[in-house]
Write a protein that binds this ligand. Structure first.
Ligand code: ADP
Length: 248
């Protein structure tokens, strides 16, 4: 692998919460276009790693680089979002009284303004971008429906669409299929693969069936560091993983 091409390169990261090291000596890198699953037991530091990548938590030590030259530790959370790293949190952030289309529009237009004037000012390029992402998240037929009337799965896809429409280079997702029905879970897995045709994605996931079905590359974390990395086959045949994670 060419080191200069890394989208993310983390070296010897430490994150300290009042003396407790949630991340200790973590090395991690990610190539553009990857769909990477992050797994590991509770408390392994997965959420903290996403928090560092989106600027919510600052490293105590080590380096976190985006596109080889950008030092993420030097940027605030809102700047990191503008640099092209989008994070979806588990708590919903859609406007339930607005339509699916209006939610996407508001997310695309980050400037504040009256919704009616935003709609009036939409350019052809923006309309085609909305259409593209509506199709991608499978909500074309529901574009006029109130977001509050969507199923749990559809709401999650809308939120993913709201991130996608800002066209981040890296998307950070925390358990995207949590609470979904089987068919919604399946669609979510397919959506992740579609997204990774153009963008890079990191998914924190606890549902191992979901990981087995949809993961290409998996990083296993344990006690604030990377324990093992590879395909699902590599992971399942790794003795260290069996010991600490699968409890064998
Ligand atoms: P995971 O997502 O893998 O379950 P986390 O990143 O949430 O793990 O947490 C890693 C460790 O850091 C845990 O032991 C957790 O209790 C601790 N931790 C996380 N956030 C904080 C915080 N804000 N203050 C203190 N400890 C924290």
């Amino acid at each position: 692998k060419q080191l200069s091409g890394d989208l993310i390169r983390i070296e010897q990261l430490e994150v300290d919460f009042d003396g407790f090291k949630a991340i200790r000596g973590l090395d991690f890198s990610l190539q553009p276009g990857e769909l990477r699953f992050l797994i590991g037991p509770n408390g392994a530091g997965k959420t903290t790693l996403l928090d560092v990548l989106c600027g919510k938590v600052k490293p105590s030590k080590g380096s976190v680089r985006f596109k080889t030259s950008i030092d993420l530790a030097r940027h605030q959370e809102h700047q990191i979002a503008q640099l092209g790293i989008g994070r979806k949190f588990q708590a919903p952030s859609i406007f339930v009284t607005l339509s699916v289309l209006e939610n996407l529009l508001l997310s695309m237009r980050q400037k504040r303004g009256l919704l009616s004037s935003l709609i009036a000012k939409t350019t052809a390029e923006q309309r085609s971008r909305i259409k593209y992402y509506l199709h991608m998240i499978g909500l074309e037929h529901k574009s006029q429906d109130k977001a509050g009337s969507l199923s749990h799965g559809e709401k999650q896809w809308l939120e993913i669409g709201m991130l996608l429409i800002q066209e981040p280079e890296l998307l950070l997702l925390d358990e995207p299929a949590a609470g979904m029905t089987d068919s919604e879970t399946e669609k979510t897995g397919e959506l992740l693969h579609k997204i990774s045709d153009r963008q890079t994605v990191i998914v924190v996931e606890h549902d191992m069936d979901f990981v087995r079905q949809f993961a290409k590359t998996v990083t296993v974390m344990h006690e604030g560091a990377v324990l093992c990395e590879g395909t699902m086959d590599d992971i399942q045949n790794d003795d260290k993983v069996a010991e600490v994670y699968l409890g064998r």
